[in-house]
Design a protein around this ligand. Structure first.
Ligand SMILES: Cc1cc2nc3c(=O)[nH]c(=O)nc-3n(C[C@H](O)[C@H](O)[C@H](O)COP(=O)(O)O)c2cc1C
Ligand code: SF4
Ligand code: SF4
Length: 385
């Protein structure tokens, strides 16, 4: 196995499922089947097939959509179709199945099947075609959050790893994701669409700061730059749909580029610095010693940290690691140092003396970011008790 194919290289995991890279094929009804995935996305970390219509109401809706020339997968035996499709995907990517239903029973049956097959179930709360929303499926679920959450709980009881696919800017997104997370979903698959202006990057950052769920983002990604814009705001994975129709080599190219970046930088979805308001809270790992008025203070207060708590958390983490060193840096230790992409001869000199690579430095900064966020969650939970 080459290092690029090594599932542990990125260390991206949801429950028992390990992804070999953070690029996914997004579902497109009538298009994204095993053949399409094998031909165009075998290099991906995840391929999501579907959407499939699980009950008579959604099957009728799909037939009506086909009658007006929209492509859809039509089958009266969707479980059998899904089972065969999973078997037909060539080895490599994890398989996800995007499904729609107007009632929870068929979703639970699918959950049992997909759990046995080691595949991810993705609940489509995204489709906005009138035929689908008219029977209470797809995006209609966003207007019935208690029902959506009840279904999530029922599907999760099968043990399957569950993704919920939603479109941004339809309802209050922060309220939505908090409810979806509390109901037990493992993954939020966010179409970050903002009507008339491509992907809503600011919203991705806000969502990252509001949830611990694994976050897959998409909309209009067609090159490394557009994928990196999402990674830097906190996407754990980026998915592509229309871009793959236009460019059959898109997935392979994105995988090649992000693997190269991971080798070089050690943290494929490293956040931006928080100074200019673009970085999510993980960016606190790159923050200075809190000695001056700046955006740090507002951001640590969101996590429930006082200035002293925050400084102590970073210092405690650094103890015994190479982040402790760096007398010659601005604040006397690498724990306060900037992202590797910011040129700095002081930091780089220390790294060179220690014999630490850029990637190792960034991996440790990632661990520190995870520690800052996790510790604050424990702290906030304790405060609530
Ligand atoms: C033709 C077509 C069919 C789609 N069908 C589905 C679907 O069945 N289920 C779903 O959750 N999303 C569906 N989507 C949405 C895509 O998964 C994706 O979120 C959206 O196209 C934005 O990503 P993109 O800019 O990479 O295309 C569909 C999109 C297209 C273009
Ligand atoms: S602490 Fe430093 S890096 Fe962080 S927001 Fe303030 S000035 Fe920017
Ligand atoms: S020494 Fe360089 S990397 Fe470290 S805080 Fe100062 S400017 Fe940033």
């Amino acid at each position: 196995m080459s290092e690029d194919q090594d599932d542990t290289h990125f260390n991206i995991k949801v429950k028992n499922i390990l992804f070999r890279n953070p690029i996914a094929l997004a579902p497109m009804g009538g298009i994204t089947d095993s053949r399409f995935a094998n031909e165009r996305a075998n290099a991906a970390g995840l391929v999501i097939l579907g959407g499939y219509n699980m009950d008579t109401a959604t099957q009728k809706a799909a037939s009506d959509m086909v009658a007006r020339d929209r492509e859809e997968f039509l089958s009266e035996r969707p479980l059998e179709l899904i089972s065969n499709e999973i078997e037909s995907v060539k080895e490599g990517p994890v398989v996800g199945i995007n499904i729609r239903s107007s009632s929870p029973g068929p979703l639970i049956e699918a959950g049992e099947l997909l759990y046995r097959k080691g595949a991810i179930l993705e609940l489509d709360a995204h489709c906005r075609q009138e035929e689908m929303t008219g029977v209470g499926a797809g995006q209609a679920l966003l207007n019935e959050l208690p029902k959506l959450c009840e279904w999530i709980g029922q599907i999760k009881a099968t043990g399957v790893v569950l993704s919920v696919k939603v479109r941004a800017n339809v309802v209050d997104d922060i309220e939505l994701i908090r409810m979806v997370e509390a109901a037990g979903a493992d993954i939020l698959h966010l179409d970050a669409m903002k009507e008339g202006s491509g992907a809503d990057l600011k919203l991705i950052k806000e969502i990252r700061d509001s949830t611990g769920m694994f976050l897959i983002c998409n909309n209009s990604v067609n090159n490394l730059k557009s994928a990196k814009d999402m990674f830097a705001r906190g996407a754990d994975m980026v998915s592509v749909a229309r871009g793959v129709i236009q460019d059959p080599g898109l997935v392979a190219g994105l995988v090649r580029d992000i693997v190269a970046q991971q080798h070089e930088m050690g943290w494929y979805n490293a956040p931006k610095h928080i100074c200019r308001g673009e970085g999510d809270l993980r960016g606190l790992t790159f923050c200075c010693l809190p000695v001056k008025p700046c955006p740090l203070h507002h951001n640590i207060s969101k996590l429930g940290y006082t200035t002293k708590d925050f400084a102590d958390t970073k210092i405690d983490f650094a103890r015994g690691t190479m982040l402790e060193y760096g007398d010659s840096t601005c604040f006397g230790s690498l724990v306060w140092c900037c992202k590797i992409s910011k040129p700095c001869f002081l930091r780089d000199g220390v790294l060179q003396t220690l014999g630490v690579s850029d990637a190792e430095y960034m991996r440790l900064k990632k661990e520190l970011a995870d520690h800052i966020i996790l510790r604050s969650r424990h702290q906030l939970n304790d405060q609530e008790k």
